[in-house]
Design a protein around this ligand. Structure first.
Ligand code: ADP
Ligand code: ZN
Ligand code: ZN
Length: 738
């Protein structure tokens, strides 16, 4: 390497490349990749990340600019994480600057210090210990603070004190002035610890299948392996995770646990806190930027034993990784749907491989991709075929809706069965994947229908707020009492959403507590938790909700699950629709009968003979998955092939198609014939948020052939003139084809 190395910097920019700079005038040769730097970029000054030191640049040295400032001594992105992100940017063909900077907590992205302010441990001093309660009888709050510190010889962190007391800082300050307490600089905010419980909860005795799974996983600690933990709902998968993690953290290593929804993290967090007396870092989208940085730092320095979070928690630095767990691995929320379109599940496997540690993918309804990998013996297949602790699998019943008088989407049989379950003290969960009051508002006089001005879709009628809302672009407007076309007042709501069901149930069961869980009812921070508590305590006996309810919740008293509308999912054009539908039904059904009381699952349908439904309820998800895999094989669809989708959108309908046609033509020169290009075609919903959308699908039975083409093709796409008139993006391994 020459005296003056070239610094290759990742800068957040839509260009798929890094940028070369000269080191600052002083030093710079000993810089480590992963540190943040401030650089001139166009007319601006921006923060980027040093990717590598290189000996030379394709740009002559006199034209290279110097770095203004190096912000860190130690890398904010340690080498393993930096390499993972670089791998991700290559595999998903997303600009490396956006990928690496996007992984940082906001405060670090803005250039703030890589540590936290106001971070202290509070301890009693020797004098403080001698203060008797009597001396403080007239200062009850000082007394209270002293007594909680008295129970904690090692002191308490400010964060832990805040969990119990409001506005304690001025009082603590008084105690400090008196010399009774002292503060110790603590480098990090430890995350969540249960300040009151010092004793860990008893763990249950594992059943045979759980024990076999745990043993097999423990055998693979210290080296890379992927295990698919395929366990029916309520089979005790979480218990298996807990016991693995317990072993891992007792050897001083850390565990990353990825979950699909933030709604699930508090539940899981509490279970972890009850079990381990170790700090747990929580990472999800609704943290404040301080909290996020705290969790990130605690994880990076090894203080947090367990890191639980949604998708992006995968990109947390970890000092000494021992295991990665991906719970509900089939869930599509692990795939980011915009910007950097990565799959956190798939990248978790890469992270585990690089670190040489085991990874567990758990689900009651594994994705066909993971099942295929297990069949190919790339993954270890561990099954938990029975429910833990003696709970029985639920019974299924199909209710034929044909010719039935429906009350707001509820059949008389279902209402009758609900009556019985309410009488025998059970809880009921009703599932309908449509929020709002009704999906369509229609004028009975002239046929006018409320449509979104910016999308090819109807507006959903939200009755409580008297608004029409587009669930695709978010635009909304108040509901006129009269038809905008003919002035008639005979406006009718067609179809059923959760709000309408809730209203119908209130009329039908006026004395019963009803909870509605969907994106509308849980918008306020904390409202989800409040509702879940009310459900757990039994104040709410009927729960109506969208897929939010399907995910991982444990409601021990639910004896009846009603699936109100399956018909939509039976006839969709997406090749993954039947997989999604089977997962959803199985997961929702899995909320029934999880404890002593047996569960019943009732499915309302106009197509009771549909083979998919029949197979699912008589033979279960396993069999469905086997036959679905056969179909995929015959059609050469994933996982028997790899796909990528090039999307484009613009304000005129032809523009995206023009770009895609040119893109298709360009691909020709790189295609060895192993990759099929299908399209371009308009997206299934062509206009969305005022933009016309189109797409081009790439498919190949050889993943490497597909990626060879993408590697050569994407740089060319950046240079296409027609590309400047559109917004385009490439989605590698897309989960949605529109
Ligand atoms: P899953 O994650 O597969 O849905 P959980 O781990 O949540 O299942 O377990 C379901 C219920 O069974 C929980 O209440 C859990 O405490 C209980 N459970 C799990 N394993 C056992 C066991 N070996 N013995 C008794 N109860 C168990
Ligand atoms: Zn009208
Ligand atoms: Zn819209």
């Amino acid at each position: 390497m020459s005296d003056s190395p070239i610094l290759r910097i990742a800068i957040p920019s839509p260009l798929r490349r890094s940028f070369d700079y000269l080191p600052p005038t002083q030093g710079g040769t000993s810089l480590q990749p992963g540190v943040r730097v401030k650089v001139p970029f166009g007319k601006r000054t921006v923060i980027g990340i040093l990717l590598e030191l290189a000996a030379e640049s394709t740009i002559p040295a006199r034209r290279l600019k110097r770095i203004i400032e190096v912000l860190d001594k130690e890398p904010v992105l340690p080498p393993d994480l930096l390499n993972l992100l670089i791998w991700g940017s290559r595999y998903y063909h997303h600009p490396v600057g956006e990928v690496v900077m996007g992984a940082l907590p906001l405060l670090l992205r803005e250039g703030r210090l890589n540590r936290l302010a106001n971070n202290h441990i509070w301890q009693l001093t020797g004098v403080g210990r001698t203060i008797s309660a009597r001396e403080l009888s007239r200062a009850p709050r000082q007394k209270a603070l002293l007594s909680i510190l008295d129970n904690q010889p090692e002191g308490l962190h400010s964060r832990q004190i805040s969990q119990q007391y409001k506005n304690w800082q001025p009082i603590m300050k008084k105690l400090e002035e008196k010399g009774w307490v002292r503060r110790i600089e603590s480098p990090f905010l430890p995350v969540r610890m249960d300040p009151l419980s010092s004793k860990a909860e008893q763990r249950p005795t594992l059943n045979q299948a759980q024990q076999t799974a745990v043993n097999s996983l423990l055998e693979s600690t210290g080296r890379f392996s992927v295990s698919l933990l395929d366990g029916v709902t309520g089979s005790g998968k979480t218990e298996v995770y807990l016991q693995i993690i317990e072993q891992v953290i007792s050897s001083g290593r850390q565990a990353i646990v990825l979950v699909p929804e933030i709604g699930l993290t508090p539940q899981l967090l509490n279970r972890f806190l009850r079990r381990f007396s170790q700090p747990v870092a929580l990472l999800h989208s609704s943290l404040s930027s301080q909290e996020r940085l705290a969790a990130w730092l605690a994880s990076g320095c090894g203080e947090a034993a367990v890191i639980i979070g949604t998708r992006s928690a995968l990109f947390t630095p970890v000092k000494n990784l021992g295991v990665i767990i991906v719970d509900e691995e089939h869930d599509t929320s692990f795939k980011q749907q915009d910007g950097f379109r990565y799959s956190a599940r798939d990248m978790a496997v890469i992270r585990a491989r690089n670190a040489g540690v085991p990874i567990v993918l758990g689900s009651a309804t594994p994705s066909l991709e993971s099942l295929y990998n297990a069949q190919q013996k790339r993954y270890l297949h561990l099954s938990l075929p029975e429910r833990a602790g003696g709970a029985q699998p639920p019974t299924f019943r199909l209710l034929d809706l044909r010719r039935q008088p429906l009350q707001e989407g509820l059949s008389p049989q279902l209402l009758g069965i609900m009556e019985q379950h309410l009488q025998s003290e059970g809880q009921i969960l009703l599932f309908l994947n449509r929020r709002g009051f009704a999906p369509t508002l229609l004028c009975h006089e002239c046929g006018w229908v409320g449509r979104c001005r910016r999308c090819d879709t109807h507006l959903t009628f939200h009755q409580q707020e008297r608004r029409l809302r587009c669930h695709h672009c978010g635009s909304e407007r108040p509901v006129d009492p009269r038809c905008p076309d003919c002035g008639s007042v005979d406006l009718r709501a067609l179809g059923t959403g959760t709000e309408r069901i809730e209203q119908a149930l209130q009329q039908h069961f006026p004395a019963v507590g009803i909870a509605r869980l969907d994106r509308d009812s849980t918008r306020r921070k904390g409202s989800m938790q409040t509702m879940l508590n009310e459900i757990q305590q039994g104040h709410k006996r009927i729960l109506i909700g969208t897929q939010m309810l399907a995910k991982g919740h444990h409601f021990p008293n639910v004896t009846l699950v009603g699936i109100l509308d399956t018909d939509q999912g039976l006839f969709s054009a997406d090749f993954r629709a039947s997989e999604r539908m089977s997962q959803l039904i199985t997961q929702v059904a899995g909320r029934a009968g999880r404890a002593e009381k047996p569960g019943l699952v009732v499915i309302q349908t106009h197509h009771p003979e549909h083979p998919l439904l029949q197979q699912l309820i008589t033979h279960g998800y396993q069999q469905f998955a086997n036959s679905a895999l056969k179909e995929r094989q015959e059609a050469e669809l994933p996982p028997y092939s790899s796909i990528a989708l090039l999307r484009a959108e613009a304000t005129a309908a032809e523009t995206p198609l023009d770009f895609l046609r040119q893109a298709l033509q360009t691909a020709g020169q790189f295609n060895s014939g192993e990759v099929f290009l299908l399209g371009p075609v308009p997206a299934p919903m062509e206009r969305r948020a005022g933009r016309y959308r189109a797409q081009l699908l790439l498919q190949s039975t050889s993943r490497s052939a597909l990626h060879r083409l993408l590697d050569q093709w994407t740089p060319q796409l950046e240079t296409l003139k027609s590309g400047r008139k559109v917004r385009w993006s490439l989605d590698v391994d897309p989960v949605d084809l529109f």
